[in-house]
Design a protein around this ligand. Structure first.
Ligand code: SF4
Length: 297
Protein backbone atom coordinates (compact mmCIF):
# COMPACT_ATOMS: atom_id res chain seq x y z
CA UNK A 1 0.00 0.00 0.00
CA UNK A 2 1.34 3.42 -0.93
CA UNK A 3 1.67 6.17 1.67
CA UNK A 4 1.16 9.91 1.19
CA UNK A 5 3.28 12.23 3.34
CA UNK A 6 1.36 15.50 3.55
CA UNK A 7 3.54 18.31 4.89
CA UNK A 8 1.24 20.98 6.27
CA UNK A 9 4.04 23.54 6.73
CA UNK A 10 7.23 23.89 8.74
CA UNK A 11 6.20 25.81 11.85
CA UNK A 12 7.10 23.96 15.03
CA UNK A 13 7.10 24.55 18.81
CA UNK A 14 10.33 22.54 19.26
CA UNK A 15 13.80 23.63 18.12
CA UNK A 16 15.43 20.22 17.75
CA UNK A 17 19.22 20.30 17.43
CA UNK A 18 19.00 17.61 14.72
CA UNK A 19 15.96 18.92 12.76
CA UNK A 20 16.30 18.02 9.07
CA UNK A 21 13.96 20.87 8.18
CA UNK A 22 16.36 23.36 9.81
CA UNK A 23 15.55 26.92 8.83
CA UNK A 24 12.60 26.06 6.58
CA UNK A 25 10.26 27.37 9.26
CA UNK A 26 11.63 30.85 8.54
CA UNK A 27 11.84 30.44 4.76
CA UNK A 28 8.73 28.52 3.71
CA UNK A 29 5.21 29.82 4.24
CA UNK A 30 2.85 27.22 5.74
CA UNK A 31 0.27 25.84 3.34
CA UNK A 32 -3.25 27.20 3.58
CA UNK A 33 -6.01 24.84 4.71
CA UNK A 34 -7.36 24.71 1.15
CA UNK A 35 -3.92 23.81 -0.25
CA UNK A 36 -3.57 20.99 2.28
CA UNK A 37 -7.06 19.71 1.49
CA UNK A 38 -6.26 19.80 -2.23
CA UNK A 39 -3.20 17.63 -1.59
CA UNK A 40 -5.24 15.17 0.48
CA UNK A 41 -7.69 14.75 -2.43
CA UNK A 42 -4.84 14.43 -4.95
CA UNK A 43 -3.10 11.83 -2.78
CA UNK A 44 -6.13 9.56 -2.63
CA UNK A 45 -5.86 8.63 -6.33
CA UNK A 46 -2.61 6.72 -5.66
CA UNK A 47 -2.36 6.19 -1.88
CA UNK A 48 -4.21 4.20 0.81
CA UNK A 49 -2.26 5.54 3.78
CA UNK A 50 -1.88 9.20 4.71
CA UNK A 51 0.45 10.71 7.27
CA UNK A 52 0.28 14.35 8.30
CA UNK A 53 3.73 15.77 8.99
CA UNK A 54 5.55 19.10 8.93
CA UNK A 55 6.93 20.95 10.81
CA UNK A 56 4.47 20.19 13.51
CA UNK A 57 0.94 19.24 12.30
CA UNK A 58 -0.72 19.58 15.72
CA UNK A 59 -0.08 23.34 15.64
CA UNK A 60 -2.59 23.57 12.81
CA UNK A 61 -6.13 24.45 13.91
CA UNK A 62 -7.35 22.78 10.72
CA UNK A 63 -5.85 19.37 11.52
CA UNK A 64 -9.16 17.92 12.68
CA UNK A 65 -10.73 19.00 9.36
CA UNK A 66 -7.83 17.46 7.40
CA UNK A 67 -8.32 14.17 9.25
CA UNK A 68 -12.06 14.30 8.71
CA UNK A 69 -11.55 14.77 4.96
CA UNK A 70 -9.09 11.87 4.87
CA UNK A 71 -11.66 9.70 6.67
CA UNK A 72 -14.38 10.71 4.18
CA UNK A 73 -12.01 9.71 1.38
CA UNK A 74 -11.57 6.34 3.12
CA UNK A 75 -7.82 6.28 3.61
CA UNK A 76 -7.18 3.01 5.43
CA UNK A 77 -4.60 4.46 7.80
CA UNK A 78 -4.61 8.09 8.95
CA UNK A 79 -1.43 8.82 10.86
CA UNK A 80 -0.18 11.91 12.70
CA UNK A 81 3.62 12.24 12.75
CA UNK A 82 4.42 14.74 15.46
CA UNK A 83 6.68 15.89 18.26
CA UNK A 84 3.89 14.46 20.44
CA UNK A 85 3.54 17.34 22.88
CA UNK A 86 -0.13 18.12 22.17
CA UNK A 87 -1.12 14.53 23.01
CA UNK A 88 -0.66 15.51 26.68
CA UNK A 89 -4.17 16.98 26.34
CA UNK A 90 -6.64 14.09 26.55
CA UNK A 91 -9.55 15.97 24.96
CA UNK A 92 -7.32 16.90 22.03
CA UNK A 93 -6.47 13.21 21.49
CA UNK A 94 -10.18 12.39 21.62
CA UNK A 95 -10.97 15.04 18.99
CA UNK A 96 -8.40 13.60 16.55
CA UNK A 97 -9.66 10.06 17.10
CA UNK A 98 -13.30 11.13 16.65
CA UNK A 99 -12.33 12.75 13.33
CA UNK A 100 -10.78 9.47 12.11
CA UNK A 101 -7.08 9.38 13.06
CA UNK A 102 -6.07 5.80 13.80
CA UNK A 103 -2.27 5.81 14.11
CA UNK A 104 -0.08 8.14 16.16
CA UNK A 105 3.65 8.66 15.72
CA UNK A 106 5.17 10.84 18.47
CA UNK A 107 8.92 11.33 18.91
CA UNK A 108 10.91 10.48 22.03
CA UNK A 109 14.63 11.20 22.02
CA UNK A 110 15.63 10.58 25.61
CA UNK A 111 14.82 8.42 28.64
CA UNK A 112 14.83 11.39 31.05
CA UNK A 113 13.68 15.03 30.70
CA UNK A 114 17.24 16.39 30.76
CA UNK A 115 18.21 14.49 27.61
CA UNK A 116 15.01 14.76 25.56
CA UNK A 117 14.46 18.44 26.41
CA UNK A 118 18.10 19.25 25.60
CA UNK A 119 17.75 17.69 22.13
CA UNK A 120 14.38 19.31 21.42
CA UNK A 121 15.40 22.66 22.89
CA UNK A 122 11.96 22.69 24.50
CA UNK A 123 11.72 22.52 28.32
CA UNK A 124 8.82 20.34 29.45
CA UNK A 125 8.55 18.46 26.15
CA UNK A 126 9.61 15.08 27.63
CA UNK A 127 6.85 15.12 30.24
CA UNK A 128 4.29 16.12 27.59
CA UNK A 129 5.28 13.35 25.17
CA UNK A 130 5.26 10.66 27.87
CA UNK A 131 1.88 11.89 29.14
CA UNK A 132 0.69 11.90 25.53
CA UNK A 133 1.70 8.30 24.90
CA UNK A 134 -0.11 7.28 28.11
CA UNK A 135 -3.23 9.17 26.97
CA UNK A 136 -3.24 7.51 23.56
CA UNK A 137 -2.73 4.01 24.99
CA UNK A 138 -5.52 4.64 27.54
CA UNK A 139 -7.74 5.38 24.53
CA UNK A 140 -6.74 2.12 22.83
CA UNK A 141 -4.74 3.76 20.04
CA UNK A 142 -1.89 2.39 17.93
CA UNK A 143 1.34 4.25 18.81
CA UNK A 144 4.54 4.04 16.74
CA UNK A 145 7.36 6.15 18.14
CA UNK A 146 10.42 7.56 16.45
CA UNK A 147 13.75 8.24 18.15
CA UNK A 148 16.52 10.05 16.28
CA UNK A 149 19.94 8.55 17.09
CA UNK A 150 22.39 11.34 17.95
CA UNK A 151 25.70 11.77 19.75
CA UNK A 152 24.08 12.87 23.05
CA UNK A 153 21.57 9.97 23.22
CA UNK A 154 23.07 6.87 21.54
CA UNK A 155 24.47 5.43 24.78
CA UNK A 156 20.98 5.64 26.26
CA UNK A 157 19.09 3.79 23.51
CA UNK A 158 18.59 0.70 25.73
CA UNK A 159 17.07 2.88 28.48
CA UNK A 160 14.82 4.59 25.93
CA UNK A 161 13.76 1.12 24.73
CA UNK A 162 12.93 0.08 28.30
CA UNK A 163 10.86 3.24 28.80
CA UNK A 164 8.96 2.69 25.53
CA UNK A 165 8.38 -0.97 26.39
CA UNK A 166 6.95 0.06 29.77
CA UNK A 167 4.66 2.54 28.00
CA UNK A 168 3.45 -0.37 25.84
CA UNK A 169 3.88 1.36 22.51
CA UNK A 170 3.03 -0.82 19.50
CA UNK A 171 6.27 -0.18 17.63
CA UNK A 172 9.39 1.87 18.12
CA UNK A 173 11.88 2.96 15.53
CA UNK A 174 15.38 4.36 15.87
CA UNK A 175 16.48 6.54 12.95
CA UNK A 176 20.12 7.50 12.54
CA UNK A 177 20.34 11.28 12.27
CA UNK A 178 20.30 12.66 8.72
CA UNK A 179 22.93 15.42 8.62
CA UNK A 180 20.95 18.08 6.79
CA UNK A 181 19.28 21.23 8.12
CA UNK A 182 20.12 21.86 11.80
CA UNK A 183 21.91 18.49 12.05
CA UNK A 184 24.35 19.63 9.36
CA UNK A 185 25.05 22.88 11.24
CA UNK A 186 25.52 20.94 14.51
CA UNK A 187 27.34 18.01 12.87
CA UNK A 188 30.24 17.73 15.33
CA UNK A 189 28.07 17.67 18.43
CA UNK A 190 25.17 15.68 16.95
CA UNK A 191 26.34 13.02 14.47
CA UNK A 192 27.94 9.96 16.14
CA UNK A 193 30.01 7.23 14.51
CA UNK A 194 27.85 4.32 13.43
CA UNK A 195 30.33 1.79 14.83
CA UNK A 196 29.94 3.37 18.28
CA UNK A 197 26.15 3.32 17.98
CA UNK A 198 25.94 -0.33 16.87
CA UNK A 199 26.17 -2.16 20.25
CA UNK A 200 23.75 0.20 22.00
CA UNK A 201 21.28 0.02 19.13
CA UNK A 202 21.35 -3.77 19.12
CA UNK A 203 20.82 -3.90 22.88
CA UNK A 204 17.86 -1.52 22.51
CA UNK A 205 16.31 -3.53 19.68
CA UNK A 206 16.71 -6.70 21.75
CA UNK A 207 14.77 -5.05 24.61
CA UNK A 208 11.83 -4.43 22.27
CA UNK A 209 11.95 -7.90 20.75
CA UNK A 210 12.04 -9.51 24.20
CA UNK A 211 8.95 -7.51 25.14
CA UNK A 212 7.08 -8.56 21.99
CA UNK A 213 7.21 -5.09 20.43
CA UNK A 214 7.83 -4.47 16.74
CA UNK A 215 11.17 -2.60 16.44
CA UNK A 216 13.01 -1.09 13.48
CA UNK A 217 16.17 0.87 12.70
CA UNK A 218 16.50 3.35 9.85
CA UNK A 219 19.65 4.55 8.03
CA UNK A 220 21.75 1.84 9.68
CA UNK A 221 22.87 -0.37 6.78
CA UNK A 222 23.17 -4.16 7.08
CA UNK A 223 26.92 -4.00 7.83
CA UNK A 224 26.04 -2.53 11.26
CA UNK A 225 23.05 -4.78 11.86
CA UNK A 226 24.42 -8.35 11.99
CA UNK A 227 21.87 -10.48 13.81
CA UNK A 228 19.21 -7.78 13.39
CA UNK A 229 18.85 -7.74 9.60
CA UNK A 230 15.05 -8.11 9.88
CA UNK A 231 14.99 -4.78 11.72
CA UNK A 232 16.49 -2.77 8.80
CA UNK A 233 13.45 -0.62 8.10
CA UNK A 234 14.29 0.24 4.48
CA UNK A 235 13.46 -3.32 3.44
CA UNK A 236 9.80 -2.90 4.44
CA UNK A 237 9.18 0.81 3.90
CA UNK A 238 5.99 1.35 1.90
CA UNK A 239 6.11 3.23 -1.38
CA UNK A 240 5.72 6.90 -0.55
CA UNK A 241 4.58 10.09 -2.28
CA UNK A 242 5.48 13.42 -0.70
CA UNK A 243 3.44 16.61 -0.87
CA UNK A 244 5.66 19.47 0.31
CA UNK A 245 6.72 23.02 -0.52
CA UNK A 246 7.97 21.87 -3.93
CA UNK A 247 4.69 20.27 -4.90
CA UNK A 248 4.22 16.54 -5.44
CA UNK A 249 7.08 14.00 -5.37
CA UNK A 250 5.40 10.78 -6.57
CA UNK A 251 8.20 8.31 -5.70
CA UNK A 252 10.23 9.21 -2.62
CA UNK A 253 12.31 6.02 -2.76
CA UNK A 254 13.52 6.85 -6.26
CA UNK A 255 14.64 10.35 -5.29
CA UNK A 256 16.05 9.11 -1.95
CA UNK A 257 18.26 6.63 -3.79
CA UNK A 258 19.20 9.07 -6.56
CA UNK A 259 19.99 12.11 -4.38
CA UNK A 260 19.91 11.23 -0.68
CA UNK A 261 21.73 7.92 -0.10
CA UNK A 262 25.21 6.76 -1.13
CA UNK A 263 27.11 3.52 -1.65
CA UNK A 264 30.87 2.97 -1.35
CA UNK A 265 33.01 1.25 -3.94
CA UNK A 266 33.37 -1.80 -1.64
CA UNK A 267 29.58 -2.20 -1.48
CA UNK A 268 29.76 -4.03 -4.81
CA UNK A 269 31.36 -6.96 -2.95
CA UNK A 270 28.64 -7.04 -0.28
CA UNK A 271 25.93 -9.68 -0.37
CA UNK A 272 23.37 -7.02 0.61
CA UNK A 273 24.30 -4.65 -2.23
CA UNK A 274 21.06 -5.22 -4.14
CA UNK A 275 18.76 -4.57 -1.18
CA UNK A 276 20.82 -2.06 0.82
CA UNK A 277 20.23 1.68 0.35
CA UNK A 278 23.50 2.66 2.06
CA UNK A 279 23.77 5.62 4.47
CA UNK A 280 22.57 9.16 3.91
CA UNK A 281 25.37 10.61 1.76
CA UNK A 282 26.40 13.34 4.25
CA UNK A 283 27.77 10.68 6.62
CA UNK A 284 30.53 9.23 4.36
CA UNK A 285 31.17 12.73 2.97
CA UNK A 286 32.42 13.65 6.44
CA UNK A 287 33.51 10.35 7.99
CA UNK A 288 34.52 8.32 4.89
CA UNK A 289 33.78 4.65 4.18
CA UNK A 290 36.20 2.84 6.49
CA UNK A 291 33.44 1.71 8.90
CA UNK A 292 31.41 0.08 6.11
CA UNK A 293 32.74 -3.45 5.78
CA UNK A 294 31.08 -5.47 3.05
CA UNK A 295 29.47 -8.70 4.18
CA UNK A 296 30.71 -11.53 2.00
CA UNK A 297 29.74 -14.68 3.93
S1 SF4 B 1 26.03 -2.62 0.65
FE1 SF4 B 1 27.58 -1.27 1.58
S2 SF4 B 1 26.46 0.00 3.07
FE2 SF4 B 1 25.16 -1.75 2.51
S3 SF4 B 1 25.55 -3.29 4.08
FE3 SF4 B 1 26.92 -3.73 2.39
S4 SF4 B 1 28.83 -2.60 2.88
FE4 SF4 B 1 27.21 -1.80 4.20
Amino acid sequence: MKKADIKVGFSCNNRCLFCVQGDKRFQVVDKTDEEVKGNIRKARSSCDIVTFTGGEPTLRKGLVDFIRLAAELRFKTIQIQTNGRMFAYLDYCKSLIAAGANEFSPALHGHVPELHDYLTNAPGSFRQVVAGIKNLKSLGQRVITNTVITKPNYRHLPEIARLLSGLKVDQFQFAFVHATGSARKNFDSIVPRKTLVEPYLKEALAVGIKNGISVMAEAMPFCFMAGFEDQVSERIMPEMAIFDEHGHLPDFKKSRLAEGKAKGSACRKCKYDAVCEGPWKEYPERYGWSEFEPITV
